[in-house]
Design a binder for this molecule. Sequence first.
Ligand code: SF4
Ligand code: SF4
Length: 438
Amino acid sequence: MQWIPNILFAIILIAGIYYFVSNVKKLIRNIQLGKQVDRSDNTSERWKNMIKIALGQSKMVRRPVSGLLHIVVYLGFIIINVEVLEIILDGLLGTHRLFLPILGTSVYGFLIGTFEILAVLVFAAVVVFWIRRNVIEISRFLSKEMTSWPKNDGNNILYFEMVLMSLFLIMNASDVDLQEAGVGNVISQFIHPLFLNLSTETMHLVERIAWWLHIVGILIFLNYLYYSKHLHILLAFPNTFYANLKPKGYFPNNKTVTNEVKMMLDPNADPYATPDTATDAEPEKFGASDATDLSWVQLMNAYTCTECGRCTSVCPANQTGKELSPRAIMMKTRDRVEEIGKNIDQNKGVFEYDGKQLLGEDYITQEEIWACTTCNACVEECPVNIDPLSIIMEMRQYLVMEQSAAPQELNAMMTNVENNGAPWQYNQMDRLNWVEEE
Ligand code: SF4
Ligand code: SF4
């Protein structure tokens, strides 16, 4: 009978890990729906970027208040969860505070004391985040894409963290052994008097309830990640590692177009020659109209987006009242790839055409993508190196090259370039007329 809690614990733990692993598999499958792109170059620079930006949070602190609070929550949350190792072993083995005799009172006390201080700091930082979102109502959290689920998701995470930190402290405060040993109870000793009126059995029951809720809460949180913007705590690392290293403003030449131009300039070129390499061959489609036309890095970008809105807050198009929000571009891309993934799951591994695509009224409109000035401010500002502009440019390429659907002003300019070698509508022969006018 005394093994029942241990068996129950093992079942809950295995179920939690099983669902987490199946969500990770689904995530990887969805990201791999994107096209191949080679990001295996410059590995040392990539490691440096990942350590500086994802681990060191170097871009977060450009906005010092939210940046520093984020570091407190991030470090605190990760360090406190080291405690989970002891909880899991206690749960499986039926022990209580297994590491106390192993580490000794001074080391164990130091660790628990550090965790308790961090728990208070995390709680305080999370409360400030909640106030910024719900009381001060900072404008970047109020945009139209931040209603319904994204708004609730932002708050859910804060509530989760408040509850988990509180349970951790209550668990310690009601733990008679810990309080009597007087090790590391730097914060919980002040909560402990609240339980002194309880009988020993009731106090033990409170401790057990807090212990179970704490570990079950952590497993629920782990499985909530896939459905949340909080997925960035895992994906920020690969995302910064595989980010584009080319200078901002660099756009790769379109191989097929380059080859066409070369052929026009070379009188000996054979128009029927087989392309030298597979990459020289004409692609099935120019640009992107759906999520699966994007690269796997762009799809990973979409899953990594923290929905912080820093990109949108610096976007000149958004600031001047245009439809465009780079954050919305990333959120819609994630929604669409999720929709495609579900479609594949429902149709035994095959995508069944659903009459929708990423570019169009269902998701990203033409009005949005033509509002972009290609200034790169969103890319520069993103704390996890996401590139919304690359998605916008792929969609523009699709519209121009596949649909001939550029805005009228651009079509006129392109016709002028073709006919006159310049964007203006003057004949090349008239270019020097201004000299004669002098
Ligand atoms: S590149 Fe486009 S989307 Fe990004 S900030 Fe500039 S205008 Fe906005
Ligand atoms: S793209 Fe980057 S800056 Fe924009 S909302 Fe997502 S994480 Fe924040």
